[in-house]
Design a protein around this ligand. Structure first.
Ligand code: GAP
Length: 508
């Protein structure tokens, strides 16, 4: 299991999974590019999600909406009024912080300061919890302790937003040594604004969507009118969303441009509790099925005071990343809030005619909302392993075969005696069905290591024996077990191994 994110960030760069966006110009904070291996990995994750929640179900249809919509959508959804984070600027350093992620540590020192007052320091730290936030104040407090003596008690910790206004003046910001440099918290809307058409005025203002969900609600009537769906049913969408996050951080975890995989599942009000429980479990199990260890995953129910006012229940699926336990996906019971809002703002009837009760109802909604980039990051963290093979440390990405960017590498043992020709013929045959890779460069052990680092679950080698009896060796990435397979069964063997219908033999 990965403990140091830097190792993953550097592997991602070195092997072409993820690069900082526009890196040759110094990058741009909060934006990332997926390289040749990364794009395959993320696409496989999105495809697996789409197959499992849309194509293999009878009660789900898909949608692909535009990113820029009529701005009224965001009035109705509440994003124009309410989708904001409290932000604080430091007047001295021009740094910007999320006030809800700032904690103030109040230290009392035994000696008095030069004015004869008791020496105290109000030091701000940043983080999702006081534990995360403690590093900055601890360092500064240690400096002050040299002057005023060691604090007799642990500091009192107060969330910045809970400080009385008058006390905010006393706070020393995270990047300064002076008091009073922080501005009062201001509300900062997270939506990116743009203009549609030639005019740059209020009438032309539009927004990049901050979630894919609203496109689904806006199309609810269109989907129902196509006549294919009956309650209960869901509408799913995968696509880019944009949020001008104040503090993008933790690699791709909090980005300003990211992809969501969202479902809005519509049902009768009396069935909503059942479907909420169903999706909560179904989505948790999906991550476990694809390799996230259940003891690193957690389903956390929101406390009453965390719930949006219209929601009766929300649970987060959280994963223990090296930087802390953080949200992968949220499952929210949204009641009839969204459809009701869109009826109010659009003036259109978005009710559903229920054949059984012969009445029009406003369906309730269960929303499992996942992030494709966060899922990709979690699967990367989980897959990252260092182990020893033949006395050598190797780095392996143990992806689920369904997600692996390359399913198999086809390798001639040596670059002579007709082995490359036979291996290439196999490569061309397999390429029609699978993402495979041909490699004849360097020692075979080195080629295996390269594939281990790319997360390729199987290597298929053509050797001297292959030329005589038409068999090849299969090697599995995780245990390095090798076994022989007739070349004409290579395709079915690979298919079986990827689908889980075949297992790797216990020993070579
Ligand atoms: N429609 C509900 C909604 O958007 P959310 O909890 O704000 O809910 C859902 O977002 C998911 O989208 C999150 O669980 C996360 O996986 C992903 N997500 C949200 N903000 C993100 C960001 N800044 N960077 C990467 N992924 C993000």
């Amino acid at each position: 299991m990965l403990e140091d994110m830097e190792k993953l960030v550097s592997l991602c760069k070195r092997r072409g999974f993820i690069f900082p966006s526009s890196e040759i110009y110094g990058g741009i904070n909060g934006f990332w590019d997926y390289g040749p291996l990364g794009v395959e990995l993320k696409r496989n994750i999105k495809d697996a999600w789409w197959q499992d929640v849309v194509q293999r179900r009878d009660d789900m249809v898909g949608l692909d909406c535009s990113i820029i919509m009529n701005p009224k959508v965001w009035e109705a959804s509440g994003h124009l009024g309410g989708f904001s984070d409290p932000m604080v600027d430091c007047k001295a350093t021009k740094e910007r912080y999320r006030a809800d992620q700032m904690y103030v540590f109040i230290y009392l020192f035994p000696q008095v300061n030069h004015k004869g007052e008791p020496a105290e320091a109000w030091l701000a730290g940043l983080g999702a919890s006081p534990e995360d936030a403690s590093a900055i104040p601890e360092k500064k407090a240690a400096k002050l302790a040299k002057k005023f003596g060691k604090p007799e008690q642990p500091p009192q910790i107060v969330p910045y937003l809970e400080l009385p206004e008058a006390d905010r003046e006393k706070v020393i910001g995270p990047s300064t040594d002076d008091r009073g440099t922080l501005t009062p918290p201001r509300s900062f809307n997270l939506m990116f604004r743009t203009f549609v058409g030639a005019l740059e005025d209020d009438s032309a203002t539009a927004y990049l969507r901050p979630e894919t969900a609203q496109g689904i609600f806006a199309n609810f009537k269109n989907v129902v009118d196509t006549g294919r769906v009956k309650l209960p049913f869901g509408i799913a969408q995968v696509g880019k969303s944009f949020r001008n996050e104040i503090n993008p951080r933790n690699f791709t975890f909090r980005s300003r441009e990211f992809e969501q995989m969202e479902i809005e599942f519509f049902c009768k009000p009396e069935d909503a509790a059942h479907w909420y429980a169903y999706w909560r479990k179904e989505r948790f199990d999906w991550y476990v099925r694809h390799g996230l260890q259940s003891d690193r995953l957690r389903l956390r129910d929101h406390d009453k005071d965390e719930l949006a006012f219209y929601s009766t229940a929300t649970a987060d699926i959280e994963y223990s990343f090296p930087f802390g336990v953080s949200e992968l996906e949220g499952i929210a019971h949204r009641g009839d809030y969204d459809l009701t809002q869109h009826m109010k703002f659009s003036g259109k009837d978005l009710t559903y005619f229920d054949e059984e009760s012969k009445a029009r109802i406003t369906p309730h909604v269960i929303e499992p909302s996942a992030g494709a980039d966060r899922a990709t990051l979690a699967f990367l963290c989980e897959a990252y392993t260092e182990d020893q093979v033949g006395g050598e440390i190797r780095t392996v990405l143990r992806f689920h075969p369904r997600f692996a960017p390359i399913k198999a590498a086809i390798l001639p043992l040596v670059k002579k005696e007709g082995m490359p020709e036979k291996a290439e013929a196999l490569y061309h045959a397999l390429r029609k069905r699978f993402a495979v890779f041909y490699d004849e460069k360097g020692a075979v052990g080195r080629r295996y290591r390269r594939q281990d680092e790319a997360g390729t679950p199987f290597c298929i080698t053509v050797d001297g024996q292959s030329l005589q009896d038409d068999t090849v060796t299969f090697r599995d990435r995780d245990r390095c077990v090798q076994w022989r397979v007739p070349i004409n069964q290579a395709e079915s063997t690979l298919r079986g191994l990827i689908d889980g219908d075949l297992t790797v033999p216990a020993v070579s």
